[in-house]
Design a protein around this ligand. Structure first.
Ligand SMILES: Nc1nc2c(c(=O)[nH]1)N[C@H]1C(S)=C(S)[C@@H](COP(=O)(O)OP(=O)(O)OC[C@H]3O[C@@H](n4cnc5c(=O)[nH]c(N)nc54)[C@H](O)[C@@H]3O)O[C@H]1N2
Ligand SMILES: Nc1nc2c(c(=O)[nH]1)N[C@H]1C(S)=C(S)[C@@H](COP(=O)(O)OP(=O)(O)OC[C@H]3O[C@@H](n4cnc5c(=O)[nH]c(N)nc54)[C@H](O)[C@@H]3O)O[C@H]1N2
Ligand code: SF4
Ligand SMILES: [Mo]
Length: 692
């Protein structure tokens, strides 16, 4: 028997981007382990990826191209050859490409975070066609935009520093589920005497293990940050020297936050005045004592109308107290902006002959149903889906499903499994998993460039996305040399070596080593150097004003809440959030039995008071509904959910739920204040017991 160990990378949409060691015995992957030498992975994987071979060798892997033989949505297919699949697709796309190329739409997100199997050959293909561009907003653009206005790009505190902080505020994140290796560092900080505080309307696994848990109403974090700034300024818990040198607009900020008294903030957030004042005092006094104070802000604060503003306001805090002076102080939203990845070379926007329209992936529900019009352009006639499962993950799901059910829509899906979206495909193309293909990776949690080697041969007739788009380009008759680049050639241009952060990048050596840290200063903003227009941390942002936004920190109430929409709240009084379940990764892994069993079935956590009002007992089946739709889940009566809100951990495959529905039946397509992002956690519902 020959046994080898192959260096690989976890491809999932998780900030940890773990370094993997794959054991291969006679061509079969038998174990996937965390690389003990990689500083953030440290030999540990989450339960999902520790069982990766179960997913790769799953009996239901798609191994051959398929053609639909049933109705759309029914999921009935027959096997066809690659030749037939490719020629069918080219025959359907060619006339559309000649007549109205923008009627062709790619739909993809982060099923893999790889630079190659994500947007490289695929973008070249769609750029050559002149297809509609896709605005990839479904996750991170609200916060990224708010952060950009304030700090510059997505650069912040290095994850490898958090263990040295004396106070860590985990704001709108549940790292035990979704950022495990950060949690390891937070625990180390705790052992070193740090205080951990969670800000989350739900007593998540993480909130449960912090020293303190502050539970504001969903969507009110921007107000809480204004209240903290109010107290910091009123009690002079400030770093005046840092403010003078490295910030812009302090006097205007001071006037603005004067309006946000702790009383007003407590009322807006549904918490006590003491919680506001004490949190500010602890943050300001710890910083004043010269100790590092750090904030990990995550996606929980962003999925509401004011999600961009929330991140913007929170991102002002470190500069006020001079937290950036320490490597272990400051704030981390995402490290993605630290990577000089070479998107222009990989994606080749120069292949576009004209600038096409852009379609927002968040509003796919409406956009697939939109007729041609001068404002919209041509109706969508063909959609090619890869690295995403829109029928399960996009908001206002009944509209998404209705769009994909259109008889006149030609749909191609590249997938590993027969997901909810695959059920609507005309042609299904089997894709390889990370163990079967090559890729280069950035991270949005740490600062390492990463290389994924193929550990095993592709299963069945599956192919990498890159190869599928090469073959589709050939079938369309595209003969540009860029469609012949191999995966190794693509990987070798993945990072821009003219950038000081990646001057040492070399694909051949990265493949051998597996990972390499970027050249970055330990404390990125100790001496200022923000990448905003002024080079300062912008409390006042002229760019926001030019974009029609309030140039100062402000508060925007949710679209749907008792305070902001009492009329709607009469019918639908409960706020619903649907954050990630620990054993799934978005809708990935829901079909892996051991992981699904760990989650059980779709649940809804509801506070005892709210349950009692509705005659709901623990383990009752309940129907969650509003004007957009409904779904069924099993009630868990628990004070983990604060009164007035309910929690449905997500994202379930619809077809694996009893009623064939999931939480996105009730979420809306309304967009955030900035970044054009979804408002999944800005949803009012009513709940009733289902009588069996
Ligand atoms: N196991 C697992 N890991 C994942 C994922 C997964 O599905 N499963 N998904 C990955 C992806 S794509 C992403 S984007 C990240 C998400 O990463 P995180 O943002 O850390 O997501 P969660 O772990 O759900 O943490 C969000 C927390 O915010 C809380 N929350 C909801 N609304 C509000 C609010 O208005 N204010 C505040 N303060 N908190 C609120 C929720 O209760 C939840 O506990 O995780 C990634 N990692
Ligand atoms: N209600 C609610 N909805 C949400 C969220 C929420 O918190 N609540 N979270 C939102 C967030 S943060 C995100 S990021 C989105 C995520 O939405 P998506 O990015 O669509 O993520 P997944 O649901 O994991 O689907 C990814 C699919 O890509 C496939 N895939 C993986 N690797 C490859 C590959 O190499 N090739 C091909 N062809 N396919 C591959 C997987 O099999 C999987 O089916 O969901 C959003 N939806
Ligand atoms: S999902 Fe996250 S924690 Fe799990 S192996 Fe992948 S990168 Fe690591
Ligand atoms: Mo996400």
């Amino acid at each position: 028997m020959t046994t080898t160990q192959v260096r690989a990378v976890c491809p999932h949409d998780c900030p940890d981007t773990c370094a993997l060691l794959v054991t291969v015995e006679d061509g079969v992957a038998t174990a996937v382990k965390g690389d003990p030498d990689h500083p953030t992975t440290a030999g540990v994987l989450c339960t999902k990826v520790a069982r990766y071979t179960e997913r790769t060798y799953h009996a239901e892997r798609l191994l051959h191209p398929l053609r639909r033989i049933g109705k759309k949505g029914e999921g009935k297919f027959e096997r066809i050859s690659w030749d037939e699949a490719l020629s069918t697709i080219a025959a359907r796309l060619k006339p559309i490409a000649a007549r109205a190329p923008q009627a062709i739409l790619p739909y993809s997100y982060c099923g893999t975070m790889g630079l190659l199997q994500g947007e490289s050959m695929s973008s070249r293909f769609f750029n050559k066609i002149g297809a509609s561009l896709l605005d990839r907003t479904v996750c991170a653009t609200a916060g990224a935009t708010g952060y950009k206005y304030t700090i510059g790009g997505s650069v912040g505190t290095d994850m490898e520093q958090f263990q040295n902080a004396k106070l860590i505020i985990i704001w709108g994140g549940n790292p035990i589920a979704s950022n495990l290796h950060f949690w390891t560092r937070a625990q180390e900080a705790k052992r070193n005497g740090a205080k951990l505080i969670a800000i989350d309307p739900y007593r998540s696994l993480t909130a449960e293990k912090c020293h303190q848990h502050v539970a504001p109403l969903p969507g009110t974090d921007a107000a809480l940050a204004l209240g903290l700034m109010h107290v910091l300024i009123a009690e002079d818990l400030l770093d005046h020297d840092y403010i003078a040198r490295h910030t812009l607009g302090f006097e205007q900020l001071k006037a603005r936050v004067a309006e946000w008294t702790p009383e007003r903030v407590a009322d807006t957030c549904g918490i006590t005045v003491a919680e506001v004042v004490e949190l500010a005092r602890l943050y300001g006094a710890t910083a004043k004592a010269g100790e590092p104070v750090a904030i990990r802000v995550n996606y929980g604060v962003q999925r509401v109308r004011g999600g961009g503003t929330a991140v913007r306001n929170i991102a002002c805090l470190p500069a006020l107290v001079g937290a950036w002076r320490h490597a272990a102080g400051g704030i981390q939203l995402s490290s993605s902006g630290s990577f000089p990845s070479n998107k222009v070379a990989l994606q080749r926007p120069d292949l576009l002959k004209a600038m096409p329209r852009t379609i927002n992936m968040t509003t796919i529900g409406d956009d697939l149903l939109r007729p041609a019009s001068p404002a919209f352009g041509p109706a969508v006639e063909a959609v090619i889906v890869y690295n995403s499962n829109p029928v399960a993950i996009a908001p206002d799901s009944s509209k998404v499903a209705a769009g994909f059910a259109r008889e006149d829509l030609f749909t191609v899906v590249l997938e590993h499994f027969q997901t909810d979206t695959v059920d609507y495909a005309d042609i299904v193309l089997p894709a390889t998993t990370q163990l079967e293909h090559v890729d280069a990776h950035t991270s949005f949690g740490h600062l390492y460039m990463m290389a994924n080697n193929a550990a095993i041969a592709p299963l069945g007739e599956s192919k990498p996305n890159t190869e599928i788009f090469r073959l589709l380009a050939a079938a369309m008759g595209f003969d540009d040399p860029c469609f012949r680049d191999t995966d190794d050639e693509l990987a070798s241009i993945a990072f821009n070596t003219k950038d000081v952060r990646a001057v040492h990048f070399d694909w051949e050596s990265l493949k051998l080593k597996g990972w390499q840290k970027l050249n970055m200063p330990e404390a990125p903003f100790a001496q200022g150097g923000f990448t905003t227009p002024s080079g300062k941390c912008e409390f006042y942002s002229a760019a926001m004003e030019a974009d029609g936004l309030d140039p100062l920190p402000t508060y925007l109430a949710p679209y749907e809440s008792v305070a902001s929409n009492p009329q709607l709240a009469k019918k639908y009084p409960l706020a619903m959030i649907s954050p990630p379940a620990r054993n799934f990764l978005n809708s990935t892994f829901v079909n892996v039995k051991s992981l699904r069993s760990a989650e059980g079935e779709p649940h809804l956590d509801i506070h005892p008071e709210d349950a009692a009002k509705r005659g709901i007992s623990d383990a009752d089946m309940v129907r969650i509904h509003n004007d957009r739709g409904s779904f069924i889940a099993k009630a868990r009566v628990t004070d983990k959910a604060r009164p007035g809100m309910v929690v449905g951990l997500s994202v379930w495959w619809k077809k694996l739920a009893k009623d064939g529905k999931n939480a996105n039946e009730v979420t809306s397509q309304r967009l955030t204040d900035m970044g054009r992002a979804p408002t999944f956690y800005d949803t009012l519902v009513e709940i009733e017991r289902v009588v069996a």
